[in-house]
Design a protein around this ligand. Structure first.
Ligand code: NAD
Length: 249
């Protein structure tokens, strides 16, 4: 119960990776607040955690709206008096609307940047006051291996996730002296049940697909006091995919 007594705000925790993170942090004893656009799904994850003996609640939040983020943070503070941990998971690549830059719409580009980059920045900004007042906290931003490895037709998403890396490193230097630890976790492909996966397991060095729990374990590690000297880092969870081509083993 490494996180007993801690309150964790997890955005996007109604989704595939976010729900796994919420479950894992709850297993470690944290009170989880699931903040997601989809309140129905967020409530279902909260109910599941509570049924398993954990502590969780759900709140409808749109990370594209500064007002919505502020309302969520205010609600958490009113209920729990503190926010020890923020995990920014809300995001996605809108794969079905991916397109070459020359043909991509302004609407999609703005949406991808708003959810994946501005959402992270404004959620971080919203918790800094309370974390500074309480003398510390932890922020973990989920980015992607696409922050550093390009993928055609996803330039907006790559830019947003690279932005999260840069933002997180800069923020880490600002707030580490105040006891606030900011770090990133970058998953490779973590396929949902409906994701086509033919050949994917052959791309990494483990020969299997990544379950969302593999990301959650790293988040739990960074959320714990065991990482008390880790600042502004990016933990890659990709089974070695990014190390380069397989073939010479
Ligand atoms: N699944 C992967 O292969 C993979 C790989 C690398 C990085 N990531 C990143 O991990 C995170 C989670 O991905 P996932 O696969 O679990 O996706 P997902 O679609 O299952 O979950 C994303 C969640 O974010 C929520 N969300 C979307 N827009 C929102 C908004 N404006 N406000 C609040 N919530 C919003 C959705 O409702 C959903 O519950 C994303 O940031 C994604 O970019 C995923």
């Amino acid at each position: 119960m490494k996180l007993a007594g801690k309150t964790a705000l997890v955005t996007g925790a109604a989704g595939w990776i976010g729900a796994a993170i919420a479950r894992r942090l709850a297993d470690d004893g944290a009170q989880i607040v699931i903040a997601d656009l989809r309140q129905d799904l967020a409530q279902a994850v909260a109910d599941e955690i509570v049924a398993a003996g954990g502590r969780a609640s759900a709140i409808a939040t749109n990370v594209r709206s500064v007002a919505s983020i502020a309302a969520t943070v205010a609600a958490v503070l009113q209920a729990q008096q503190r926010i020890d941990l923020l995990v920014n998971v809300a995001g996605g690549s809108a794969r079905e609307r991916a397109a070459p830059v020359a043909r991509q719409s302004e609407e999609v580009i703005r949406e991808i940047l708003e959810i994946n980059l501005y959402g992270v920045i404004f959620c971080c900004r919203a918790v800094l006051g309370p974390m500074l007042a309480q003398g510390g906290g932890r922020i973990i931003n989920i980015t992607s291996t696409l922050a550093t490895s390009p993928l055609a037709h996803h330039a907006d998403y790559c830019a947003a996730k690279a932005g999260v890396l840069g933002f997180s490193r800069a923020l880490a230097t600002e707030v580490a002296p105040h006891g606030i630890y900011v770090n990133c976790v970058s998953p490779g492909l973590v396929p949902r049940p409906q994701t086509p996966t033919e050949g994917v397991a052959d791309c990494n060095y483990l020969g299997r697909l990544a379950p969302p729990e593999s990301v959650a374990h790293v988040v739990a590690f960074l959320a714990s006091d065991e990482t008390d000297f880790v600042v502004g880092q990016n933990y890659v969870v990709d089974g070695g995919w990014g190390l380069g081509l397989k073939g010479s083993r």
